[in-house]
Design a binder for this molecule. Structure first.
Ligand SMILES: Cc1ncc(COP(=O)(O)O)c(C=O)c1O
Length: 379
């Protein structure tokens, strides 16, 4: 009775690790969580206040299906201020998180069999979204030695008449690395369309991230409030699309979701315009943790050829320990009580790696890596 698409969608393996960690916690064991990709910070006060005020003031009804106009205008100001990109509010669609924005973009872009080029390793759910609308993900390996950056010439070689888009995620989950300006420009020139997931923008500690809109307007931007503003549970995101796609996307939004949460959309304006100090503080703390984690993991013998400079992840080569990252992650969880994400979650080319998240306190990171050192000592 169960549909093929539901049978075939793979689980998100990090959730398997998290669920086992929670089972251990129910037995009274203290687990250090370095697996989750969720900020440990609270939502900035100004955002909380704005959300509460919005509910009190009656922002509890449906909004325009594209999203509250004041928020879409604030998003346009954000893109103009940050990247010098001129976006009109009628090119923006507000969604309940970046994930629904991804579904809308791929649903509007892909006919059955249409291909999307993406990096391996890369965010696990991209493949699932593409397959869900009967598209075909085409995985291109990216290598540790090059900071897991795309090689434009390899992409050029894989572009066919079925290729609809190339997906970029810089800074990237799981690698924490950025795509260089030159390579991004080259991609923008050779791809029919670029889908750029900019959800980790703002969380860059060295170097400079670039929006795809600096290079081309044949692009979709995916972005959201979960990471930079620590708003995961409030569920707010958006997409920016070429004008001709807006009406088709709007129709899908109206049918599938109607609109995003109205009070949270008001809070999104506060996030964009009133949180500079909060963001600077979170960034400073992430950076301190990042430096510690990279140094300590290298001391423990993990391979990190190019130090990650964005997001809140370190993707460490653990092949000298095991080539079965799923087994290794569970062994570390069972014996050291430290949660880490198996690299295989992010594609075949991620096998043999572990993803460590520093979205946890420095104190917990120190303890987690102390435990890992103890684990390695008795292997
Ligand atoms: C690369 C990437 N894109 C999108 C998402 C989804 O974020 P949201 O909470 O906005 O749906 C995540 C969440 O981990 C992510 O890592």
């Amino acid at each position: 009775m169960i549909a093929k698409r539901a049978e075939e969608i793979p689980p998100f393996l990090v959730m398997d690790v998290l669920e086992r960690a929670h089972a251990l916690e129910r037995q009274g064991i203290r687990v250090i969580h370095l697996e989750v990709g969720e900020p440990d910070f609270d939502v900035p006060q100004s955002v909380r206040d704005a959300a509460c005020r919005a509910i009190q003031e009656g922002h509890t009804h449906y909004t325009h299906s594209l999203g509250d106009l004041a928020l879409r205008e604030a998003i346009c100001r954000h893109y103009a201020r940050t990247y010098g990109a001129q976006v009109s509010p009628d090119q923006v669609v507000v969604t309940a998180g970046t994930s629904p924005a991804m579904l809308l973009v791929f649903a509007a872009l892909l006919d059955p069999g249409d291909e999307v080029i993406l990096s391996d390793p890369g965010y696990a759910c991209y493949r699932s979204f593409i397959r869900f609308v009967d598209g075909a993900p085409v995985a291109i390996p990216v290598y540790e030695e090059e900071g897991f950056q795309y090689r434009p010439e390899e992409i050029a070689a894989r572009v066919t008449s079925r290729t609809k888009a190339v997906l970029v995620n810089s800074p990237s989950n799981p690698t924490g690395n950025l795509l260089s300006e030159e390579r991004m420009r080259a991609l923008a020139d050779l791809a029919p369309i670029v889908v750029s997931d900019e959800i980790y923008h703002g969380l860059v500690y060295e170097g400079q991230e670039h929006s795809i809109l600096e290079f081309t307007d044949r692009a979709f931007v995916l972005n959201g409030f979960s990471k930079l503003y620590a708003m995961t549970g409030l569920r707010l995101g958006y997409l920016i699309a070429p004008r001709e796609f807006i009406r088709p996307i709007q129709k899908i939004q109206q049918n599938l979701f109607i609109c995003a949460n109205s009070a949270v959309q008001i809070a999104g304006i506060a996030a964009l315009e009133e949180t500079a100090a909060d963001v600077a503080r979170m960034k400073r703390i992430y950076d301190e943790r990042r430096r510690y984690m990279i140094g300590r993991l290298r001391e423990l013998g993990f391979g990190i050829t190019v130090a990650p400079t964005g997001a809140f992840y370190v993707f460490a080569n653990a092949r000298r320990l095991s080539t079965d990252s799923y087994k290794l992650a569970f062994d570390i969880l069972e014996r050291a009580h430290v949660g880490v994400t198996p690299g295989i979650d992010f594609g075949q080319n991620g096998e043999g790696y572990l993803r460590f998240s520093y979205a946890n306190s420095l104190e917990n990171i120190v303890e987690g890596l102390d435990r890992l050192e103890g684990y390695l000592a008795v292997l």
